[in-house]
Design a binder for this molecule. Structure first.
Ligand code: HEC
Length: 167
């Protein structure tokens, strides 16, 4: 009985931990370097047919943000990690990159710990908002950033979604 109980408690704990940001909110974000200006197009924007499925998937997952009107998505990296970011690693411990939904109060954080990527979702005040929407769940971040190995290498993915529209 005790064993069953502890299994139940353990699985509850692991569900609980997935509902919270695991990456920490970066300090001194204002000193980070803008490495990329991207966008999430609005809900009513039709993506060109040749858009890779992976990007269509990303847009569909997050185009509800900002009331479905679309938003700028700017990516910032700390100075000391710029070189590692450009090479997709090796990453020292600590926050690695943020994606700021500029027209919304949402900041996606990717951090590395012992070479492994971990994720978090915060508002500008640094409050954990990962429980505000199902698509903010850490297991969703992890799944997409891990499964698409040709684009996301070592947990970082910046692919120019905006370039699709420049063609
Ligand atoms: C369905 C796929 C998908 C999901 C789910 C996803 N991402 Fe991403 N992520 C991407 C793509 C694609 C980019 C590159 C965007 C660009 O270049 O415009 C990206 C970029 C990022 C960046 C900018 C740094 C970089 O180069 O990777 C961060 C930080 C980030 N994601 C964190 C998160 C967090 C936190 C979550 C979960 C709340 C999450 N992502 C969920 C696909 C995804």
């Amino acid at each position: 009985m005790k064993i069953i109980l502890s299994i139940i408690i353990l699985s509850l704990l692991s569900i609980q931990s997935f509902a919270e940001s695991i990456a920490s909110f970066p300090e001194e974000l204002e000193n980070w370097v803008l490495v990329k200006e991207s966008i999430i197009p609005g809900k009513d924007v039709e993506l060109p047919k040749e858009t890779p499925l992976f990007l269509q998937d990303t847009v569909q997952t997050y185009n509800w943000i900002n009331g479905g009107k679309g938003t700028k998505l700017n990516i910032y990296v700390p100075k000391e990690k710029l070189e590692a970011y450009l090479n997709h690693g090796p990453y020292a411990d600590g926050p690695t990159a943020v994606g700021i939904y500029e027209d919304s109060d949402i900041i996606f954080v990717t951090e590395h710990l012992m070479g492994e990527p971990i994720y978090g979702t915060y508002n500008r005040k640094g409050e954990d908002i990962s429980d505000r929407h199902p698509t903010f769940n850490m297991s969703i971040c992890e799944q997409c950033h891990t499964e698409n190995k040709d684009i996301c290498i070592n947990g970082t993915c910046a692919t120019p979604i905006i370039d699709i529209f420049k063609k």
